[in-house]
Design a protein around this ligand. Structure first.
Ligand code: ADE
Length: 227
């Protein structure tokens, strides 16, 4: 059972991603709960202010310490977090191995930055893990939080129908997944590889493994070098 709290100034951005398909099923089964919290609940004044200009000048606003600290502390009162995660392009690059680890925890808090980011003192005082989903800049951390929640949520035992199926995902063993086919066996003259039609599970497994290696060698040789 994993509970994820997400702190954001744009909760609307997170209304869709968890309400369908696998993440919805995870929640319906009681294996995952996801709750978004609007940082403006902890605004410092009646103007709902949560951000201010950066000291030293420059364009862009910074999310302020006070609302963030109050929000984190009040959420902590509902239970301690295993990790307090800040989504930021200068964080550690998210990978399947990190998803695997996080999927085994019980309570996570994801903090979404916006504008120029959050005050550095919140990062040093409260945040335990900083994650980037890749070397590009998003307009805020929300979509990154959705990516992380999705990839973690599907790994919680019992979420996928066939519990073993995550074991064969791309990256799970540093290999890309093999090609897959479904009916018809002949589509406009393009045939499904014969071995998949013959029904010998051992041969199918061998073929898939070889395809994985070949695909990884062609597309992501860096994954093989990392061994
Ligand atoms: N916020 C802005 N860009 C981001 C990225 N690449 N990863 C995580 N959070 C972000």
């Amino acid at each position: 059972m994993l509970h994820i709290d997400i702190l954001t100034v744009v909760p609307e951005l997170l209304e869709g991603p968890f309400s369908h398909s696998i993440l919805k099923r995870a929640q319906d089964k009681g294996l995952l709960t996801v709750k978004t919290h609007n940082l403006r609940q902890w605004a410092i004044n009646k103007h709902m202010q949560v951000d201010d200009y950066a000291f030293g000048g420059g364009a862009g606003m910074v999310l302020m310490c006070e609302p963030l600290a109050n929000a984190i502390e009040s959420l902590q009162e509902t239970g301690a977090y295993d990790e307090i995660i800040y989504l930021t392009p200068d964080g550690k690059t998210f990978q399947q191995s990190m998803a695997n680890r996080l999927s085994m925890l019980n309570r996570l808090l994801l903090i979404c930055g916006h504008y120029k980011g959050i005050d550095e003192r919140i990062r040093t005082q409260y945040v335990t893990l900083e994650i980037s989903i890749g070397d590009y800049v998003l307009s805020g951390g929300e979509i990154a939080a959705a990516v992380i929640t999705d990839s973690i949520g599907r790994l919680i035992p019992g979420v996928l129908n066939d519990e073993t199926s995550a074991l064969f995902d791309s990256f799970q063993d540093n290999l890309l997944a093999p090609p897959v086919y479904t009916r018809p066996a002949d589509f406009r003259g393009m045939q499904v590889p014969e071995i998949l039609l013959q029904g010998d599970p051992k041969k199918v497994a061998e073929w898939r493994f070889e395809q994985s290696i070949q695909r990884t060698r062609e597309r992501r040789p860096d994954l093989l070098e990392g061994e």
